[in-house]
Write a protein that binds this ligand. Structure first.
Ligand code: NAP
Ligand code: ZN
Length: 348
């Protein structure tokens, strides 16, 4: 066992605090990683505060991990000491199946999440990236392209793949009109990725306060959803709408912005069910869908795509001691556009 240091939530109602814990001994197929940066995803806040009702404490959140390999097991062939690597939302997949379904592993039962989960042994808790080290099976470690700095690469491991996967699946590209609802951590990556894929991108944000940034990220249009005329002007406009908002918004109003055969994909999870009227779908053969992160294979494709097109998130680097303030700022949509913890500040 190696001692790791990090920050943990010890209870849903308490601020995160310094926490020391054991990392397991590496097996022959494991990679040991010194964590340099970890992004702060809104899902970390949902889980640290038990908003999904499935939280186990103490919890070390963090699934946007970027670091450097410090040791590898004897059977590891893809990585060596010194490599720049990333870990996303899961560290093992279907532990019940013989064959790994590389295209859909995030949807298999038995997914082992990077934190707030248990390892394949069914009992060892997983602890995430708000910490100085992690031990992960080689098959769940991602290679970070050389031209992407580690701090900016970190948010790609969740925010990046969560947008890349549905944009690829629903074929965002030339000739397609894509709208992104909410320009936060996920949403701003959606704008950059969809634009790089060649789609015509529109941002649907609560206000116009981030319009200049949205256009800089590659959007062609930017509308305020607080203005009721937006919904009249844009009726029947989009092939694909990606909804990154977890608040309860009126999905019917947004479904009405889809063309015939258009799809709205949900990424954020509202606390309560949202009513959908059949007439929001039927008269234009529209679809309402959901999507969750992406497979390891797809995540590597996304990192390579970002390396090739030089796509990185806009980030604000924070000291880990500021994590509780950072959570409050995320809740107020006051982050441009992802907080990333500099793990060197654990020593400060
Ligand atoms: P975030 O940075 O807080 O961004 C969410 C954005 O939603 C905000 O920037 C804001 O955009 C908009 N918004 C917030 N409150 C709103 C309200 N009351 N009404 C309308 N719009 C509102 O969060 P994130 O990290 O991008 O995560 C977004 C959601 O996706 C979270 O619920 C997270 O748990 C979930 N998530 C899902 C997956 C998946 O695999 N499906 C993966 C990661 C995260 P504007 O200011 O532009 O309006
Ligand atoms: Zn996330």
């Amino acid at each position: 066992m190696a001692i790791a240091r990090g920050y943990a939530a010890t209870d849903a109602s308490k601020p995160l605090e310094p926490f020391t814990f054991d990392r397991r001994e590496p097996n022959e197929d494991d990679v040991v990683i010194s964590i340099k940066y970890c992004g702060v995803c809104h899902s970390d806040i949902h889980q640290a505060r038990n908003e999904w009702g499935n939280s186990a404490f103490p919890m070390v959140p963090g699934h946007e991990i970027a670091g450097i390999v410090t040791a590898v097991g004897a059977k590891v062939s893809k990585f060596k000491v010194g490599d720049h690597v990333g870990i996303g939302c899961f560290v093992d997949s279907c532990v019940h199946c013989q064959t790994r379904d590389v295209d859909h592993e995030q949807y298999l039962p038995g997914l082992v999440q990077t934190y707030n989960s248990v390892e394949a042994d069914g009992k060892t808790p997983t602890y995430g990236g708000y910490s100085d080290s992690i031990v992960v099976k080689e098959g769940y470690v991602l290679s970070i392209p050389d031209n992407l700095p580690l701090d900016k690469a970190a948010p790609l491991l969740c925010a990046g793949i969560t947008l890349y996967s549905p944009l690829s699946h629903w074929k965002a590209g030339p000739g397609k009109k894509v709208a992104i609802i909410g320009m936060g951590g996920l949403g701003h990556m959606g704008v950059k990725l969809a634009a790089a894929m060649g789609a015509e991108v529109t941002v649907l944000s609560q206000s116009l306060s981030k319009k200049e940034d949205g256009l800089k990220f590659g959007a062609k249009d930017y509308y305020a959803t607080s203005d009721a005329t937006t919904f009249e002007k844009l009726a029947g406009s989009f092939d694909l709408i990606i909804n990154t908002v977890s608040a309860e918004i009126d999905w019917n109003a947004y479904l009405n912005l889809l063309k015939v055969d258009g799809t709205m994909v949900l990424l954020g999870v509202p606390e309560n069910p949202v009513p959908v009227h059949a007439f929001s779908l039927i008269p234009a053969r529209r679809s309402l869908a959901g999507s969750m992160i992406g497979s390891i294979k797809e995540t590597q494709d996304m990192l390579d795509f970002c390396g090739k097109h030089n796509i990185t998130p806009d980030i604000e680097i924070i000291d880990i001691k500021e994590i509780n303030t950072a959570y409050e700022r995320v809740l107020k949509s006051d982050v441009r556009y992802r907080f990333v913890i500099d793990m060197a500040t654990l020593d400060g």
